[in-house]
Design a protein around this ligand. Structure first.
Ligand SMILES: [Zn+2]
Length: 226
């Protein structure tokens, strides 16, 4: 079954019927926000989003596509992965199957909505900047933040610089660093970083230290209040 939206062709199954109107309504609203953030003028081809009706099929397609994309003989797909963005589109799951992936047993419909939008952010990023590799805090911070997936920052920030660059930390930390930078330096600065990998490398150390200091002083403040 197919739903054609402004920027997305949504392929789904009968398993999604009871909530498909809610999904499409909110995807339409929030995907526009995301496209505007990137200032994509001519969007071109719509992004194909497939909600797989079985976890097995989803996993198989993700592994095949990842192998092709990264030119690998084998690809280890973690058991919590529930959505991926590829040059030919986005793979994710119906709500029932999404709940079968690790630590998503109680996932709500909104969590599925934000997951789709998270992957949509990656697709828009690829549309605008090609396959340029970005630091984890920037690409995942962007995806978690402008999709509205995460709105709350951590109270503490203890990730290392390396983790923030290569992506071995958690999504909450990327969101915490990204939202700090967005709030302080604004959207144009973020777009500049995305467009300029050299600048991104240079700025990351400075930004990381700022975030670290900010959370250190926040912690000390809260200690003094006690
Ligand atoms: Zn992501």
């Amino acid at each position: 079954m197919i739903k054609e939206l402004d920027y997305i062709i949504l392929e789904h199954s009968t398993k999604d019927l009871e909530y498909i109107d809610y999904l499409t309504e909110n995807i339409t609203k929030l995907s526009k926000e995301i496209v505007d953030f990137f200032e994509i003028k001519n969007f071109g081809k719509k992004i194909h989003v497939k909600l797989f009706s079985t976890l097995e099929e989803f996993r198989k397609e993700c592994i095949e596509s990842a192998k092709k994309l990264y030119n690998l003989d084998s690809y280890e797909l973690k058991d919590w992965v529930s959505g991926m963005s590829f040059p030919n589109g986005i793979y994710t799951l119906c709500l029932e199957e999404y709940r079968k992936t690790r630590s998503h047993n109680n996932a709500s419909l909104d969590e599925l909505l934000f997951l789709i939008l998270h992957e949509f952010v990656h697709s828009c990023c690829r549309k605008k900047y090609g396959n340029t590799k970005h630091c984890a805090w920037l690409s995942e911070g962007l995806a978690t933040t402008i999709s509205h997936q995460y709105t709350q920052n951590n109270y503490e920030f203890n990730a290392t610089l390396d983790e923030m660059i290569i992506g071995t930390s958690n999504y909450k930390d990327y969101h915490t660093m990204f939202s700090y930078v967005l709030k302080k330096y604004g959207r144009d600065y973020i777009l500049n970083l995305l467009n300029n990998p050299e600048l991104q490398k240079q700025e990351t150390l400075k930004l990381y230290n700022e975030v670290l200091d900010f959370y250190k002083s926040k912690k000390e403040e809260s200690k003094m209040k006690k």
